[in-house]
Design a protein around this ligand. Sequence first.
Ligand SMILES: *Cc1c(COP(=O)(O)O)cnc(C)c1O
Length: 394
Amino acid sequence: MAETRFVYADNAATTKISDAVFDAMVPWLKEGYGNPSSIYRKGDEAARAVLKAREQVAAALGAEPREIYFTSGGSEADNWAIKGVAHTFAKKGKKHIITSVFEHHAVLHTCDALRKEGFEITYLPVDDMGLVSVEDVKNAIREDTALVSVMYANNEIGTVQPISEIGALCHERKVLFHTDAVQAVGNLPIDVKAQQIDLLSLSAHKIHGPKGVGALYCRRGILLPNLIDGGGQEGGHRAGTENVAGIVGLGVAITKAMETLPERAARLRALRDRLIDGLLPIERCRLNGDREKRLPGNVNISFEGVEGESLLLTLDAHGICASSGSACTSGSLDPSHVLLAIGLPAEVAHGSLRLSLSDDTSEEDVDYMLSVIPGVIEKLRAMSPLWERIISEK
Ligand SMILES: *Cc1c(COP(=O)(O)O)cnc(C)c1O
């Protein structure tokens, strides 16, 4: 066997913090410890760092700084957007929300919680390519619809949704539109005004920033009730002393990602396509999600007759970090709700592998994965009663 190499190919779960982000954060963890709400200079300097990051996040999205609210991450932004709009519009008798079946759990479980409170939720299907249909959104909108929430790009199969079309439709029908753009930010162009997005969630740790910080873009004029009450931070809308270092890190991470987007995306796409083309010749496997309308760094392939957990553990022994679903579902044996939604039988969904690439992924990493994975699949199948059954039924 060739020498083992360490390859981190689980960037959809989290990314390594970049040197530029780390270096920008350190001063705010050390001598820049002032509270941004304090009026003396030590506080003001922290407040100015937060303001700069707010301008950076706004610029990356085509928004205004006052439309950006810092949160503890993507999950909080999703909760705030959806619960906030739901509770505001419930007072006007609008208690219907439209989302899709393959959202991140931060959206799905938030909608489930609202359903238990008496809201009505429509879960749009996705087709076998992993795409939501604009026509379905159109047909689902009713008089009492308060919000449409459809993710920008899926975290498991990487498919990119028709966000501009949904934005235009919602605008025309006067329904608010939220998108979970945690996977899209830094990987796809975004312009909240041109795309008519009213609310957008993002997270720093998926774009080489720190964990525990994110943001909600909320279009000017939309007033959401607070999710977290307390002090007057974030214009009185989201209490809690600012995570200054984290917010600075987010500002740098999003700026770097958006500045170099075309070159980075082209490089990632080439690596992704080489990986896909190198793996697809393996017998009885399939690419999950549309081949073109997908994130530049996402590969998701199902191998029949292979058990996902064993695959991940064997790859780990070869130094490769990957995922068989989303990080939140690993550890559970339920097949991924995303793979079931695109019509995979549960046993095929179980044998799925997600390799998610980033700026840290090299050509050599891809070569190494291509040299290891086919042999691992063959070895696992040789020991699998399921595979034996599959080939005997041929
Ligand atoms: C990671 C992720 C989230 C959650 O973000 P956190 O910052 O980890 O809370 C939400 N949605 C999608 C699509 C994600 O990939």
